[in-house]
Design a protein around this ligand. Structure first.
Ligand SMILES: [Zn+2]
Length: 156
């Protein structure tokens, strides 16, 4: 009888431990999921930071649509096709150029002038090519990791 009580107590104890362990595991899993989500957000932000610096340095701080010249750090990297939800065009070198705040922000990209310059520089097919990149909306973490790696090396 004493032995039975003892093992029953053990069972209760181990069941309790099991539930506690499960709760801890679940909490760890939730934290892990949160961290993974957060780090993708961080990856995207970091990818943009290095890519944007590269673009502004590549264009030597000269605004693509009005010719305004400044230190590249004072300029912005402006898209022809906008939208973070289109990762391929968002990080396409031919879709992003150095722009001044006036053109990029206040003139919403100065897009008529932008299109004219794109066609002159890359040929008439460029507008459709960038447009087509909008079809790809799903990319993995490796896409952003690749951007970070490639453009970290290219920036000063
Ligand atoms: Zn400008």
């Amino acid at each position: 009888m004493g032995r039975f009580l003892f093992s029953f107590r053990c069972l209760r104890l181990s069941l309790f431990s099991l539930f506690r362990l499960l709760a801890i595991l679940q909490a760890v899993q939730e934290i892990g999921a949160k961290m993974k989500k957060q780090s993708l957000k961080n990856l995207k932000a970091k990818a943009w930071t290095v890519f944007s610096a590269y673009i502004r340095q590549r264009d030597q701080g000269i605004c693509y649509t009005c010719g305004d010249r400044r230190n590249w750090k004072e300029q912005q990297a402006g898209h022809f096709i906008h939208g973070k939800k289109y990762p391929v065009s968002y990080f396409d070198e031919s879709n992003v150029h150095c722009q001044c705040v006036r053109c990029n922000h206040f003139l919403s990209g100065n897009l008529a002038r932008y299109a004219t310059r794109l066609v002159a520089q890359y040929g008439p097919a460029i507008l459709e090519e960038i447009q087509a990149e909008k079809n790809i909306i799903k990319v993995g973490r490796d896409f952003y990791e690749g951007i970070i790696l490639r453009y970290s090396e290219k920036t000063k």
